[in-house]
Design a protein around this ligand. Structure first.
Ligand code: ADE
Length: 244
């Protein structure tokens, strides 16, 4: 079975959307992965096909009904596909580590929320993994689902070319990318850094590493602190290895 993204949504027409183009789209055509968008409304039981209702306790907006969403999850997880992820700004922020875990598994079931949210009881009862894309609010989970799936699919075996696989390693180290340049060597009075024109591979590598470190330190103190901790620990265990 190929890696499968099964999406529960009120807007199935949003898929595959951008996932049908470029790297992910080519891999989809090759059968390296599969996408199934399932309309949550198909699991409503009344004649108006209601999926939401007003919140207990009052307040604005509508809440997705737990019974309808539970029936949709039953269907999506029928063959054991998991984990089931609920995309919400309340979730744990998605990072490359989680993307790698998801990509290494059989696939994902993704529940896209609309309205004010989802009845808390179905999140608890199903043990849904709550995931956020960041500290901002989208109008629904669908664009977040597209981003999550794109990040996972590009890590599937055979999807990326060798070049891109190498690029990956710089982020793997927990650093932001170094800056890139191409022709022309001078553009609008701006020169490409000399070292990149030197043909000196060791110097280029060292320069890129320094750039990645400086950029990470100034833009992302959180990543920088984690990187420093890891490199200090690695130094410690190397020393230990030599001592014993
Ligand atoms: N749905 C709405 N906002 C979101 C966010 N920031 N991340 C994931 N899902 C969302």
């Amino acid at each position: 079975m190929s890696w499968t993204a099964r999406i529960l949504t009120l807007f199935p027409e949003m898929f595959p959307g951008p996932l049908g183009s470029s790297l992910a789209g080519k891999a989809l055509e090759r059968g390296d992965w599969k996408i199934e968008a399932i309309d949550i409304r198909g699991f409503a039981t009344d004649k108006h096909r209601t999926v939401d209702d007003t919140p207990f306790g009052g307040g604005p907006g509508m809440v997705m009904r737990p019974d309808v969403v539970d029936a949709a999850l039953d269907h999506a997880m029928r063959d054991g596909l998991k984990p089931a992820i609920y995309l919400t700004p309340r979730g744990k922020v998605l990072d490359q580590e989680l993307v790698k875990e998801l990509s290494a598994g059989p696939g994902v079931v993704i529940l896209c929320g609309r309205y004010e949210g989802l009845d808390e009881r179905v999140i608890e009862a199903r043990g849904l993994m709550e995931v956020s894309l960041g500290d901002f609010v989208l109008s629904g989970g669908e664009p977040a689902a597209i981003a999550l799936i794109d990040a996972a699919v590009r890590l599937l075996p055979g999807v990326m070319g060798a070049e891109e696989t190498l690029e990956e390693e710089s982020f793997e180290a927990g650093l932001l990318e170094y800056p890139h340049y191409t022709r022309p060597a001078e553009w609008c009075g701006r020169q490409v850094p000399d070292v990149l024109m030197s043909g000196h591979h060791e110097k280029i590598k060292a320069w890129r590493k320094l750039q990645a470190e400086q950029t990470t330190e100034s833009r992302r103190p959180d990543l920088w602190a984690a990187y420093q901790k890891r490199t200090a620990n690695a130094g410690q265990s190397q020393k230990k290895g030599r001592a014993s």
